[in-house]
Design a protein around this ligand. Sequence first.
Ligand code: BGC
Length: 772
Amino acid sequence: MKQYLKLDEWSIIEDSFDPTTHEISESIFSIGNGFMGQRANFEEQYSGASLQGSYMAGVYYPDKTRVGWWKNGYPEYFAKVLNSTNWIGINVFIEGTALDLAKCNVKDFVRELNMKEGYLSRSFVATLEDGKEIEVKTIRFVSITRHEIGAIRYQVTPLNFSGSITVVPYLDGDVQNKDSNYEEKFWLEVEKSAASDLSYLTLKTKKLDFHITSIMAFDVYKSDEKLDIEPSLTEREKYVASEFTVHAEQGIPLTLYKYVANVTSRNYGLGELVPAGKNSLLAAKAAGFEALLAEQAVAWNEKWKGSDIIIEGDVSAQQAVRFNIFQLNQTYSGEDDRLNIGPKGFTGEKYGGSTYWDTEAYCVPFYLSTAESDIARNLLIYRYKHLEKAKENARKLGFTKGALFPMVTMNGEECHNEWEITFEEIHRNGAIAYAIYNYVNYTGDKSYLGQYGLEVLVEISRFWEQRVNYSAAKGKYVILGVTGPNEYENNVNNNWYTNRIAVWTLEYTLEVISYLKANEEAHYLELADKLKLQDEEMKQWKTIIDNMYYPYDEERQVFLQQDGFLDKELIPVKDLAPEHLPINQNWSWDRILRSCYIKQADVLQGLYFLGDRYDMETKKRNFDFYEPLTVHESSLSPCLHVILACELGYQDKAYEMYLRTARLDLDNYNNDTEDGCHITSMAGTWMSIVQGFGGLRVKDGELILHPFIPSHWKSFSFKVMFRGSRLKVNVTDNNVTVTNETETSVSIKVYDQSYTVSSLGEVQVLRSAVTI
Ligand code: BGC
């Protein structure tokens, strides 16, 4: 862990250049707009260590599977998010010498991610080997209002000389994925053109035929005077560039504005790519860089209005939570139901940019509360659209009916190939069902059930029906050979969480069926016919519900994570010598598997999801038993512990866990931020504050708050959208104030008392007057 970033409420700031942390910064300072994303690579050439990353949402490559030992059922490929055309490139030569920060002296370096207005800036003074000194100032952003547009202002000022400066803005498609299985390049050139007004490059993927066209244009200014540039043009394979040389005077800035449009065949026919890209580009260029930047600030201001969290009295916590919210909003905007949220978003290649259960279990609550409900709905529809593929997946694994959604996917097909995850982490099906419940419970939009929800629920229930088996020895149904959320143990029998979420899905499916029968009868009959729903199968679901086996320890009165868990040597993590941690970097895999150590919430994941079905005593006993054995080596783990700790009144534990989740990337806690940021667990940070410290729940259509304030904070506030209203909840030592920023009045409960927050009204609850 290395803390090198400055604390600031609205910005992430690095104030000196250190090549050893550059790749970490490239992840942290990434920019994105839900449709494309860009690591904080330098525009000019850089010969030091760097992970190049320009990503286009939904554009991926099916990289042929590479495994040591092939197992039947493995997918043929692992889908990779693609490093695509480097559109930011601007090379700079000072009297013929390339500017390269690895080869010159750098001072006054500042890199800043301005989260309030949504841009990345950088400035520095470089002294070249021959003593020439230049100052460079850059700003770049990807527009959240014009999804195809990226823009850069790149300014060079000679400080101690006048002389020639050569500038080469370019588009380079000769790029590679670091994680390519066979060190293969994934792109082929389709067409290109370099011209003085605008240049473009179209590439296509070797498989699947995704096309991307990148188009660039630029303007050059010396001080305020626009220069008439006649660039010399270069075209070579997968590369186009313009080059021009200007005589620069000492102290006078030379500024290049580079505009780029990136368009893909996901949105346009092949013949339309170049014209569509040109249209977007020319409109952006006509607006001009400063106007685009101002537009960006206004659009980000709107985003913050619905999602900001303010923490008074703790700048580090404030910066961290805004960083998490900013990255989530950069990753997914919810406007395209074919897109989802990869665990690393647009900040790195790891996890292939694919969709995991992280979306349903962690991200859905964030988007439900901070955006209009159709945004979270689109995340659900994404899975609905993959239902046929999930059915095929189940057939492929030998099930005669039902659907098993993939653990990792881009297009609905499973693309992960470790048997203990691919075949065994079937609990993901439960999270996908749970997200439907979560959405309907939060929004009250029951129309979703008949439109899409029931079909998914029935197919998942059919899967569970076949995946259980009756154990004559136990006289109960069991689920054998699974991996629970705790991936530090595989092929276990009766993982409590999996058994529980399976039964919960069956119960909820039957509940939804009763609801639809009673309220949308005609539609229900159509659906029942489409699904060929049989009374027999519903009866069987009921039998499974009533006769499921759950491992339990009578003595401690805790649910057992799986059969045999108590045979382990139970030594709390705090008793391990520090050099053992993290165990995934210090222990052999077999030692981990045999140990009692839990990677992430497992039984506790169930107690979180199904929180209103368990009393405090049960939660307390299980938390007290499992938390000390948990190593939190998944970034998804600490946040759930914050929420449960808050509920149980374990305030110090809650704060300790909060720090772990909130600054995970900023402080590089897990020593892996250079691979990319942990985007999906950032939603967990938001949950920690809103559901943890704020105690937000929704029950029977009512928003419930039960806030407490960590002793390090003076106050904190968060915004939530709820059923047409937007509420601001402010918590201080003395009171909780709920302000309605909309005209839709809403009834809420604070510390178990009911209130109505009327149109544009406010409710204030004295904390000292209630038992918390
Ligand atoms: C976690 C999984 C998660 C995946 C992607 C793993 O380390 O154990 O639960 O889905 O990361 O975030």
